[in-house]
Design a binder for this molecule. Sequence first.
Ligand code: PLP
Ligand code: SF4
Length: 406
Amino acid sequence: MPISASSTYQRRRREFRKHFFPQAQPAEWRDWQWQLRNRIRDADALGRIFTLTDDERAAIARRQGALPLGMTPYYASLIDPADPADPIRKTMIPQLAEFEVAPGEMTDPLGEDPRRPVPGIVHTYPDKVLFLVTDHCATYCRYCTRSRVVGSGELVPSRRAWAQGLDYIRATPQIRDVLLSGGDPLTLSDQRLNELLTELRAIEHVEFLRIGTKIPAVLPQRITPALCRMLKRHHPLFFSIHFTHPAELTPESARACERLADAGIPLGSQTVLLKGVNDDPETMKQLMLGLLRIRVKPYYLHQCDAVSGSSHFRTSIQQGEAILRHLHGHTTGYAVPTYMLDAPGGGGKVPLTPNYVVGQQGQVLHVRNHEGVDFHYHLPPPDESGRPLPLRDEHAAARAHPRMNP
Ligand SMILES: *Cc1c(COP(=O)(O)O)cnc(C)c1O
Ligand code: SF4
């Protein structure tokens, strides 16, 4: 049984609604528009629900023009309001550490901006593009790689901006794979999303469509039968769903994924490895197995990008490897994601396996991408919390025999 379906979680969530949204009818709570309208967006609303720490209070007061605050009431109901160490809370409520910039951190860690031929398109790989169709999200993650653009008004979902993106794709025949992202494409209405997918489907060389979204985890009410009926007209269409913690595996998110899967949409998950949130091997295993139960195939486990102010979220590579070792061979192969690093500066995704990892000197990890080009990722400063490192260093062999590397 998913943890969050356990009676403690269910009780907590019922109490949350009664206590903090007593006027909400059950039908309103189930309505995604109501959830969006009633988002928790400022210090007052947060303070009404959560017992804020001094650090959180100071961080909320200090943030200006930065990544917006926002949480659906549904997602907030998954958090224990009195526990400052609640894993989901850490991803949603700002901390002062967000303002500290560690070595190697950047506002655009993936070097996307120089690879944007038009504002809405990121073209890093030969045959696939990211199409950033909106800068809105239902909730804003503190570790967001694209915090420089989300919620900033830079990628407003205008027909003119989309037309530029569509023109670029039409004029670039090598693009066979388009991944809609942002922001979160599912914050768009059914009608506008349908327009966009229809335009993309009309382009002969576009074979494969994907939507990258966090909505099934944070606003599962959005996955309505009408949305699914519309989506299934645009196959082959895949979903990459951002899941973070087993507490997200609720009856609501399970129903959302079931509806999408029933519409014939293959579902994959993308999870960012986050310190103190999901970096414990057993927590990650529960998430991966829980995802399989709701018909989502774990796709990528991402090393957290070195975005400015992320060092309190980032872990060592050894921690990620320990998690993979806890999964591989110990459970269903389908539950094992690929552990990925997005090479800083635009090298693309690099699997964190000995074929691609050249070595590590101090806090600098050296990787080689699919084109044989080298990149360096600055690991977060060493952990003072004294978290024990795993016993085995699988990269030691690769370092000792450099010729084993490509
Ligand atoms: C992640 C990403 C993709 C998709 O990569 P897959 O490995 O096919 O999932 C495409 N373009 C960009 C710029 C990306 O960052
Ligand atoms: S849902 Fe995705 S794009 Fe939106 S804030 Fe979170 S990580 Fe960023």
